[in-house]
Design a binder for this molecule. Structure first.
Ligand code: PEP
Ligand code: MG
Length: 888
């Protein structure tokens, strides 16, 4: 008989944290905490396999489940001395979902299940607190009504608001037991009117209703959207956790809270969390009451006058701190925990690995390695390279003049500026128009995910550091300020009011997710500082990686950024990018439009000194590091003048009639320029172009070496080679030019000549091509284009459909297609090495900065990856992780 149900509690458990796929994240960690002897209310987990069965079999359950649930309920009864429906000691349970990975806010929870008209009286008696008992019952009816029975939430809210208004109450806590009893009757009437039958009184029926609702919610729209955004397969299913209730709302010695074992925003090794006295579970995350700090230190830092848990519940606090320590040591990672204190007794309700900002991830990984909790290698492996992008976020220029509109909580770091929008749909629409927006909401819910994705940053007026907005924004790496209570939002008028000003949708604001401040207007930003933990971790990564990391750069500015980010050379200098410069484009056009060698040479003579000075600058900045310079590559049409004015300008410069110039421009038109007269084909037709570029490179190498005293050994790269003879021909021009420069200057040049491998034919004929090439650089942009036969420039219009239809998982222009394009890379590497065992191999397509593609490059044994300057740190970390993976 399949085991569908796993029990836990009282220091033992049938499951372990290793059974995550079966028990879900929450269930497996409850089992683990229980086995560690931590105080976990007894309960059981119904496995994800039951969810799959339920979904695939018309919402029915597998054989044997009922009996296993009954046995598990009996075990809870034995441990707690309470039974379902008992008139003296009723058992009350919580029912919660728990998928393999946490899906915040996506799935539903029911608390206080087991209450009915009879057991509520028993609860009143046993707790000695009738008010508490009836409050719990009405919460249950409300939650169950909403989540399980589908009764509109606001129907309950209205009854409660009406009661408070007529009685003149402000807070829910002002209501008496009798008030709640009256409300319960009205709630039940609402349910009956809505579903056509009374609110279920049988606890077993309540339980199966709740279990079905959790399994059913796996297929609700919010969950489906979340899974799509996070590529979580539908087949994973969710588990259901049923657990004896403990109460944080049994008076002033009870409380409930959430905490991180380290600060999830900064990574500081300090317990960080929030709690509410006399409150139940969801009150903290719902953001309705503003929570209090757990530690005194955090209270003081936050400037709160509400006492901390450390002060008001010292015994529970001490025990809690010790438990957090046990959990961190056990899991060797920052934990995010939920707890409840029932009349002074601490209970742990959940632990999981804490979601954190990139900054916190870095700091905690570096700290934990320094504390000896994990190894440096584990620290390296733990950081998601793509998340480093967050640290490259700009911050507000400290010298900027600013007008503070309001202050809230620093929920997710980074600064963002944009137009105010008040709805997620509007945020998405404006983003589609290329606008930058800041999403302003009272609070966010899972329905806002698309708006949060579209926005530069998120601002809410309600809710704490663990509110939906805060948690989700941190996960997305978006700046967020939450709980900015000084701002009043009027959705109907589409305005916000703060500090005596009223701003409309469309007005600019700036938020600082690191300080929690909100400013008027768009403030200037500055680049991030990458010292400290960042440089520490990257330095450790550098110790373990094998592949070098270079940058694709052609301007001195890019080259400098690349060096700052730790690039070990330039892997691709696209010389055509140097041609677009305003002062040069006319000369470039003259060269292209000239219809004879003499005309071309005249134009090239103008370009030579400019190219030379470009290269001198690059060589100087790179100070002896390798620099690969690629000869002219682009489709010619990119340079052809458009319109009469441009044509007239070039014609005048060349001293030819505009009509003739126009004819020549038309003659150069190509139907398929990407597969046309580009790459080495240009150098074949017009060797004088390659000659000028080679001369510029060699003269610059000599000049830079003299200036810096460091030898310069340029790598000259020929693009778009498919035939060895093409390379032979261009190489002959390069070598002849080198000889000429040596002769003229009396200096000896050290250089190498290699080729891009960016056509399938080049990959297949790599053995032969390697006879002439001293290095290969994989141009995987073109290699992807030519292997798939998909135009780089037109792919976006249909690849989206390929992804939604599941034909391809990822965009092959972003993440290398290992199976197809990757096989060609592998073939080329192997065949190239058979001819020239020490051939230098690198990659310079966009994939050189993509973590998954870098992993592949390690398996092929490339010598280096080259990527855009801002991705260099990501590539350094990815290369280290790839090396660790290869080591196994
Ligand atoms: C490539 O094709 O991958 C490459 C780096 O060259 P470009 O993008 O300039 O065509
Ligand atoms: Mg290319």
């Amino acid at each position: 008989m399949t085991k569908w149900v796993y029990a836990f509690g009282d220091g033992t458990a049938e499951g372990t944290s290793g059974m995550r796929n079966l028990l879900g994240g929450k269930g497996s960690n409850l089992a683990e905490m229980s086995s560690l002897g931590l105080p976990v209310p007894p309960g059981f987990t119904i496995t994800t396999e039951v969810c799959t069965y339920y979904t695939q079999n018309g919402d029915t359950y597998p054989d044997g489940l009922t009996a296993q649930v009954e046995t598990a309920l009996d075990r809870i009864s034995a441990l707690t001395g309470r039974r379902f429906g008992d008139q003296e000691n009723p058992l009350l349970v919580s029912v919660r979902s728990g998928a393999r990975v946490s899906m915040p806010g996506m799935m539903d929870t029911v608390l206080n299940l087991g209450l009915n008209d009879a057991t509520v009286q028993a609860l009143a008696k046993s707790s000695g607190d009738a008010r508490f008992a009836y409050d719990s019952y009405r919460r249950f009816i409300q939650m169950y009504g909403d989540v399980v029975l589908g009764v509109e939430h606001h129907a309950f809210e209205e009854i409660l608001e009406h009661e408070k208004e007529t009685k003149g109450y402000v807070l829910d806590t002002d209501l008496t037991a009798a008030d709640w009893q009256g409300i319960i009757e009205r709630y039940k009437a609402v349910v009956e009117a809505s579903i056509g039958k009374p609110f279920p009184q049988d606890p077993h029926a309540q339980l199966w209703g709740a279990v079905g609702a959790v399994f059913g919610s796996w297929m609700n729209q919010r969950a489906i959207t979340y899974r799509r955004l996070h590529t979580i397969p539908e087949t994973w299913g969710t588990a259901v956790n049923v657990q004896a209730m403990v109460f944080g709302n049994m008076g002033d010695t009870s409380a409930t809270g959430v905490a991180f074992t380290r600060n999830p925003s900064t990574g500081e090794n300090a317990l960080y969390g929030e709690f509410l006295v006399n409150a139940q579970g969801e009150d903290v995350v719902a953001g309705i009451r503003t929570p209090q700090s757990i530690t005194e230190k955090a209270r003081i830092e936050g400037g709160s006058d509400k006492p901390s848990m450390e002060t008001v519940m010292p015994a529970a606090f001490t025990e809690f701190v010790a438990i957090c320590d046990v959990l961190e040591r056990h899991y060797k990672d920052m934990q995010d925990v939920e707890f409840t204190i029932e009349r002074g007794k601490l209970w742990m309700l959940q632990t999981r690995s804490g979601k954190r900002t990139a900054k916190a991830a870095l700091r905690s990984a570096v700290d934990m390695a320094n504390e000896g909790l994990i190894t440096r290698e584990q620290a390296i492996a733990r950081i998601d390279p793509a998340s480093l992008d967050q640290l490259l976020h700009p911050t507000i220029d400290p010298s900027a003049e600013r007008t503070v509109l309001a202050s809230g909580l620093p929920a997710s770091p980074g600064a963002a500026t944009g137009e105010i929008v008040f709805s997620s749909d509007e945020a998405e629409r404006l983003k589609g128009l290329g606008k930058k927006v800041v999403l302003v909401r009272v609070e966010t819910s899972p329905e806002d995910i698309h708006g949060m994705h579209a926005a530069e940053g998120i601002l809410t007026t309600r809710g704490g550091m663990t509110s939906h907005a805060a948690v989700v924004a941190r996960g997305m790496g978006k700046p967020c300020v939450s709980g900015a209570g000084g701002i009043r939002v009027d959705y109907a008028k589409a305005t916000l009011t703060a500090a005596g000003r009223t701003l409309k949708a469309g007005d600019q604001i700036t938020i600082d997710g690191a300080s929690g401040q909100v400013f008027l207007g768009a403030l200037p930003m500055v680049k991030p500082d990458l010292s400290g933990d960042f440089s520490n971790l990257i330095a450790w990564a550098d110790d373990v990686r094998r592949m070098k990391v270079r940058a694709n750069a052609e301007t001195p500015a890019d080259a400098r950024v690349a060096r700052e980010f730790g690039a070990e050379g330039i892997g691709l200098c696209r010389t055509e990018h140097m041609f677009f410069d305003e002062g040069r484009i006319v000369a470039v056009r003259e060269m292209i439009l000239a219809d004879n060698e003499q005309g071309r040479r005249a134009a090239l003579a103008k370009l030579l000194p400019m190219q030379r000075s470009d290269f001198v600058a690059l060589f100087e900045i790179m100070a002896g590091l390798p620099v690969t310079i690629r000869l002219l590559d682009p489709p010619l049409h990119e340079f052809i003048p458009h319109g009469d004015e441009e044509i007239a300008e070039v014609a005048a410069a060349m001293g030819v009639p505009a009509d003739r110039m126009k004819e020549r421009a038309e003659a150069l038109h190509e139907f398929n320029p990407m597969l046309g007269h580009r790459g080495c084909r240009l150098a074949i037709s017009y060797p004088e172009i390659a000659e000028m570029q080679a001369r510029a490179i060699f003269e610059a190498a000599i000049e830079a070496a003299e200036k810096t005293g460091a030898p310069v050994e340029p790598e000259v790269m020929v693009p778009l080679v498919g035939l060895k003879a093409e390379l032979d021909l261009v190489k002959a021009t390069i070598d002849a030019t080198a000889k000429a420069v040596e002769k003229e200057t009396g200096k000896t040049l050290v250089y190498s000549v290699g080729t891009m491998v960016e056509l399938p034919r080049a990959a297949l004929r790599a053995a032969e091509i390697a006879e002439a090439a001293e290095f290969f650089s994989f141009g995987t942009n073109d290699l992807t284009q030519t292997t798939f036969g998909i135009s780089r420039d037109d792919a976006a219009s249909f690849l989206g459909a390929y992804q939604t239809k599941g034909i391809i998982e990822r965009d092959p222009f972003v993440t290398l297609d290992v199976d197809g394009v990757g096989e060609l890379v592998k073939i080329a590497a192997e065949r190239g090495r058979t001819t020239r065992p020490d051939i230098k191999l690198g990659i310079c397509g966009e994939h050189g900065g993509d973590p998954a593609s870098i992993t592949f490059c390690e398996t092929v044994g490339l010598d280096y990856v080259s990527c855009s300057p801002f991705r260099v740190p990501i590539a350094r970390l990815s290369a280290a992780q790839a090396a660790l993976k290869a080591k196994g």
